[in-house]
Write a protein that binds this ligand. Structure first.
Ligand code: NDP
Length: 271
């Protein structure tokens, strides 16, 4: 039988590591599939998706800047995609387009399972209120933390995001500078690290035994990770989140979850 086709739609997409990750998953699980980089014109996301369906693709990941358009295009949404207001995984199923969001569960799996840091009963600080932050709120609340605080440079966006989850857990909003208490887990979901900037949080946010997590990854620690280390926190970058979100997408498409450990180690060695 011909291999099932998948890919990642983005613009730009040349630097995406997803094809390598999914190729490794396919080898490991002996699944017959291919996974391509799919560059869509900035004004041509929906037509790109239609072409993929015509060509018999079974699904696709969606990356910058199309996650909101993918959300709008999907005819059916998972609960976590609905909550995130963004879609990074599409499944083409008998003419229907099903949208899922695996970014948040990827982050939480990397922290709780891979780093071995539980969130139940813990104080969690989420920095940022953009696309990445939105996707992680519900998966974090599913672990019943004592408290989740969302802090953002533009405070009103943190307030809006927190309000969306009213009734689903204890979620508060803040600006950066008025943060006073200590947290067990601090997650940097701002894009500040991309420009080597630091979200201006007081060092007191890093509590005893704190894990500071940056969604960005690279060969060297980010400025945020360096700052957190100076103030006694353990740190972790976003490479594990990337691999875990891919594994969740693979599960959504193929009904099996690959082992992520060796794939993570292989990527880390090549950074
Ligand atoms: P968005 O553009 O949607 O949001 C950006 C956020 O960062 C906003 O909250 C913005 O605040 C804040 N911000 C930007 N610059 C600064 C700064 N200099 N100081 C403080 N805050 C700042 O981006 P995304 O949410 O899509 O992405 C955020 C990060 O997450 C990126 O670095 C991305 O690479 C990473 N990511 C990693 C993934 C992984 O698998 N590891 C998956 C998805 C994302 P304001 O509202 O005030 O503008």
């Amino acid at each position: 039988a011909a291999a099932d086709r998948y890919g990642v739609i983005g613009n730009p997409v040349a630097h995406s590591k997803s094809p390598d990750i999914h190729a490794a998953f396919a080898r490991q699980t002996e699944q017959a599939l291919t996974y391509e980089r799919l560059l869509a014109p900035l004004d041509g996301f929906a037509s790109t998706v239609r072409t993929l369906i015509e060509q018999g693709f079974k699904g696709a990941n969606v990356t910058v800047p199309f996650k909101l358009e993918a959300f709008a295009l999907a005819g059916m949404l998972s609960e976590r995609a609905e909550a995130a207001g963004a879609v990074n995984t599409l499944k083409f199923q008998g003419g229907a387009i099903v949208g899922d969001n695996t970014d948040g569960i990827g982050l939480v799996t990397d922290i709780v399972v891979n780093a071995g840091v539980p969130m139940r009963g813990k104080r969690i600080l989420l920095l940022g209120a953009g696309g990445a932050a939105r996707g992680v709120v519900l998966p974090i609340l599913a672990h019943a933390p004592e408290q989740l605080v969302i802090a953002n440079r533009t405070e009103s966006k943190a307030v809006e995001l927190a309000a969306r989850f009213a009734g689903k857990g204890t979620v508060a909003a803040s600006d950066f500078r008025s943060l006073q208490c200590a947290f067990d887990v601090v997650i940097n979901a701002t894009s500040a690290s991309l420009s080597a900037d630091l979200p201006p949080v007081p060092p007191a946010v890093f509590g005893e035994g704190c894990l500071a997590y940056d969604m960005m990854y690279g060969p060297a620690p980010t400025v945020f990770m360096a700052f957190a280390q100076q103030h006694g926190a353990a740190t972790r970058d976003g490479l594990g989140m990337l691999v875990e979100q891919a594994a969740e997408s693979f599960q959504c498409w193929r009904g099996m979850r690959p082992d992520t450990r060796t794939v993570y180690a292989g990527l880390r060695a090549k950074l």
